[in-house]
Design a protein around this ligand. Structure first.
Ligand code: HEC
Ligand code: HEC
Ligand code: HEC
Ligand code: HEC
Ligand code: HEC
Length: 335
């Protein structure tokens, strides 16, 4: 009995320890990989199909012997946004409860919403009918017709490594990043976004709390390792000084620019989860995460948008067609 008890305590301890480190995937190999895509004559790999949404046997094996595609693993048919195995969920078929920092692709398929509430990612929905082959905020046409999670039409991984989703992300999931995010290789880049810096909240902001959140890299002038520069890889015109301007009066809303330490911006001092800021120097963060420092901190694309999708028009963080709650976080005198 005593032995059993100490055994149980040991197991609980191991579980607790393995839960504190979220730097890389954990769990038995067979939870995510299949050696032959065959077990007792059954296919093991699973594919996600719509109408109605369900997983079914996949006769075609996945690269890296995976049980699912990117979308498959990061999907939940129900409302859960973080599974028991600690998979961050970005596509819920049912209305997500506590969506993660990137938002959720659910809103693309939700009643009364659709194309304009997210990036139309392959595997979830067809191409966005409003943009047939061109990217808003770019003079270049889009090589493919649709974005993918990774690969040359995607956001995650090294997007120059070819159009195989796994090519540019290989080894990232097993990379130990407890030493910190350095931007190289992909596994040590912020959320596997090649070359982008940031610090990663353990629960992907599921708790939506301003005392523990992601820290995004920004810069006082359009940089290359910032979260806004990731968006600018495709939406370059919304980030470049030529198009945006470099001082007031601006031509497009600035990003990668400091919040001035004067006027209305000086009153934004408590970090808002509705309209967050980026930090120019991740080695010199404020004393506590809930502080905003006008004169230092920076406006970014994610001050107003979710990266994957949101319940609102154009993936904004608040319903910008109906209220101005996000704008007045910074433009405090317009409240
Ligand atoms: C077999 C399941 C599985 C597949 C397939 C999979 N992922 Fe993941 N992914 C996970 C798990 C589990 C985690 C959480 C790891 C952790 O604890 O940090 C994760 C984390 C992530 C993260 C967040 C990393 C971080 O720093 O928090 C990103 C981004 C991501 N995956 C993208 C992808 C892309 C893109 C693909 C396809 C190329 C993909 N995933 C395929 C299971 C999977
Ligand atoms: C929670 C899901 C998960 C578990 C558990 C898991 N893997 Fe993986 N593994 C992935 C994903 C996702 C990829 C593909 C994306 C990547 O390489 O980042 C991958 C890629 C790999 C690769 C090719 C890339 C590389 O890093 O070399 C190998 C080899 C591998 N896994 C072996 C294993 C072994 C062995 C185990 C068990 C000890 C295991 N995996 C457990 C999710 C998992
Ligand atoms: C790989 C290229 C690529 C990257 C990187 C990218 N986007 Fe997009 N984005 C697109 C394309 C293509 C569309 C139009 C089709 C669609 O909505 O999927 C789009 C559409 C949008 C829309 C309008 C949504 C709609 O459907 O009307 C917003 C807002 C947006 N992107 C914001 C962002 C933000 C913020 C980032 C950075 C976190 C970003 N994008 C990164 C390619 C990209
Ligand atoms: C995270 C902070 C932040 C948020 C949120 C924000 N802004 Fe701004 N905005 C700024 C900064 C910083 C500037 C540049 C001010 C400067 O230094 O000239 C700016 C500039 C502007 C300008 C141009 C002013 C000029 O002098 O040319 C307008 C207009 C504007 N914002 C409107 C909005 C609206 C509307 C919203 C909501 C949809 C919004 N902003 C949300 C920080 C923000
Ligand atoms: C101050 C808030 C704010 C910031 C910062 C911001 N956006 Fe937007 N964005 C909006 C709003 C609001 C819309 C809806 C259209 C409009 O009002 O112009 C929009 C629309 C878009 C669209 C859709 C354009 C179309 O033709 O449908 C894209 C793409 C986009 N934003 C990308 C970005 C990128 C990339 C960045 C960073 C470089 C960025 N946004 C920064 C608020 C913002």
């Amino acid at each position: 009995m005593k032995r059993l008890l100490s055994g149980i305590i040991l197991i609980l301890l191991i579980m607790a320890l393995s839960h504190t480190s979220q730097a890389r995937v954990t769990g038995v190999c067979s939870g995510c990989h299949t050696m032959h895509n065959s077990q007792a004559g059954d296919y093991m790999a699973q594919t996600l199909t719509s109408g109605p949404w369900a997983f079914s046997d996949d006769t075609t094996p996945n690269p890296s012997l995976l049980l699912y595609s990117c979308v498959g693993c990061h999907t939940n048919l129900s409302t859960t946004t973080k599974t028991e195995d600690n998979v961050p969920i970005v596509f819920n078929v049912a209305d997500p409860v506590n969506p993660l920092a990137g938002g959720n692709f659910h809103y693309l398929i939700a009643d009364g919403q659709g194309d304009a509430s997210g990036h139309n990612v392959v595997g979830i929905i067809g191409a966005d009918s409003n943009f047939s082959g061109y990217i808003p905020g770019s003079t270049t046409t889009y090589s493919g017709n649709q974005v993918t999670c990774a690969g040359e039409d995607g956001c995650h991984g090294d997007t120059t490594a070819g159009n195989d989703e796994l090519a540019g992300i290989k080894t990232a999931h097993h990379t130990n990043d407890t030493g910190g995010i350095t931007g190289d290789p992909v596994g040590l880049s912020y959320r596997f976004l090649d070359g982008i810096l940031g610090t990663e909240d353990d629960d992907w902001e599921q708790d939506n709390d301003n005392t523990s959140h992601n820290e995004y890299k920004g810069a006082a002038s359009p940089g290359t390792d910032t979260i806004s520069s990731l968006c600018a890889k495709c939406h370059g015109d919304f980030h470049s000084s030529t198009e945006v301007g470099s001082s007031s009066p601006w031509l497009k809303h600035p990003t990668d620019r400091e919040l001035k330490d004067s006027g209305e911006y000086a009153d934004y001092t408590t970090y808002s989860m509705t309209a967050p800021v980026a930090r120019p120097n991740l080695a010199a963060l404020p004393e506590t995460p809930d502080i905003v420092r006008p004169g230092t901190d920076v406006i970014m694309c994610l001050s107003c948008h979710r990266a994957h999708g949101s319940p609102y028009y154009k993936m904004t963080r608040w319903d910008n067609t109906a209220d101005m709650s996000g704008c007045v976080v910074c433009h405090t005198s317009k409240n």
